[in-house]
Design a protein around this ligand. Structure first.
Ligand code: GLA
Length: 394
């Protein structure tokens, strides 16, 4: 090849590169523009790496489009959420060595969520946890619900909020957030009233995943909304959660019967395996609790202000998560029913005690327990609650 030809090819390839780059820039700008102008567009975008939010098509359920939204903050922390079940599919943060991994279990494909995993990352409603005998009486009328957990109803019934497609909007604000809306029709899963629910997920630059729940109804109905993320702070399911340290700001809990329905009593944790009032390894006393922890702690907070109620720490990764909530209760569940049937996005089976839940909530079976704080939402009232999971390095 002569020097002239080589020079010509160099210029040509440079020009082509330039053309390619300007094409990419224009396409990128247009995609961003389309996305920020029209949130319902079906753009296919690569996962985000810059602060903001991106949206990817993820399939269809019930004839409705399902998306994955990736929220990224200024530290590069990423939370991925689908409008299918309002599911948080991953929460990627850096560990003490700067290695990034998801601190919650989940899957990459929608199809795996359609196999009915036990509520991984999902929004739960209308009623988080159990209602005894799958029924309750309100204003003299008895409502029959689906018995999907033995004779009880669990997490909203056969098709709870974790299995529906929510309407999603993602404003292009500097702090990424996603708003999900769902109308649960009068009679759905046996519950009364048209219930309009809006849940907003926000990822702050302090690595807080903030979840804000709002709802209104046109007939009195029980309501107890929560999120069912399963945490493994090490990001590696070959480590169980038994070595994690947990603190719960609760002097009392609600003991349960053999079907996990609260007996109605509020019992002191002092001197029992349920005492997490000061930091304690989860594995220390778990052997003393038949089946493992799966109970509601009665939080010490006295009102519905937003307060820190729990802290979970993992020494392997150096990560901790602080839980803040406006709710009166916390269901601490040590993944007792996990059996390795589902494979996490890190390729490892999700086995018993490889992940845990800290579900902020009202107490289980409240509609049948007049002594528990009321979970009845009436027409004209506004249901509002906030929960924050704040991740930090120890
Ligand atoms: C909740 C319940 C558990 C179990 C899981 C899902 O945390 O308290 O008993 O049903 O959900 O498997």
């Amino acid at each position: 090849m002569t020097g002239i030809i080589r020079y010509y090819l160099f210029i040509k390839s440079k020009k082509n590169n330039m053309k390619f780059m300007s094409f990419m820039l224009v396409t990128g700008a247009l995609t961003t523009l389309v996305f920020s102008c029209n949130n319902s567009s079906e753009s296919k975008e690569a996962p985000a790496s810059k602060p903001g939010i991106t949206k990817t098509d993820w399939g269809q359920v019930d004839g409705k489009q399902v998306y994955l939204f990736t929220l990224v903050n200024s530290k590069g922390t990423e939370v991925t959420i689908s409008n299918y079940g309002g599911t948080v599919t991953s929460f990627v943060t850096a560990d003490k060595n700067g290695k990034r991994s998801s601190i919650i279990v989940g899957f990459d494909s929608l199809n795996q969520y359609l196999q009915k995993p036990p509520y991984f990352g999902a929004l739960i409603g209308r009623y988080g946890n159990r209602i005894g005998d799958a029924k309750f009486t309100l204003d003299g009328k008895t409502y029959q619900l689906a018995a999907n957990d033995g004779k009880n109803t669990l997490h909203g019934g056969l098709k709870g909020f974790d299995k529906v497609v929510w309407d999603a909007t993602a404003p292009s604000d500097s702090v990424p957030s996603l708003t999900l809306k769902y109308l649960s029709k009068d009679g759905e899963e046996g519950y009364p009233g048209n219930l309009n629910v809006a849940v907003q997920y926000t990822l702050t630059n302090d690595d807080e995943l903030k979840i804000e729940y709002n709802a209104e109804t046109d007939k009195a109905t029980p309501i107890n909304l929560t999120n069912h993320s399963y945490f493994n702070l090490s990001g590696d399911l070959s480590n169980t959660i038994l070595g994690n340290t947990l603190t719960i700001d609760a002097n009392n809990y609600t003991p349960v019967d053999s079907t996990l329905i609260p007996a109605g009593e509020i019992k002191a944790v002092k001197g029992t395996p349920f005492d997490f009032t000061s930091p304690k390894k989860i594995g220390r006393d778990i052997g003393l609790v038949k089946g493992g922890y799966d109970h509601n702690w009665v939080l010490n907070k006295k009102d519905s202000s937003l307060q820190k109620v729990a802290e979970l720490s993992d020494s392997i990764s150096g990560r901790s998560v602080e839980v803040y909530t406006t709710q009166p209760g916390l269901q601490f569940y040590t993944g007792n029913f996990l059996d390795g049937k589902f494979i996490n996005h890190d390729g490892k089976p999700i086995q018993q005690h490889t992940a845990l839940c800290l579900e902020t909530q009202h107490f289980p079976d409240s509609p049948n327990k007049p002594a528990f704080p009321s979970t009845i939402l009436k027409p004209g009232e506004k249901y509002h609650s906030i929960t924050i999971y704040k991740v930090k390095l120890n």
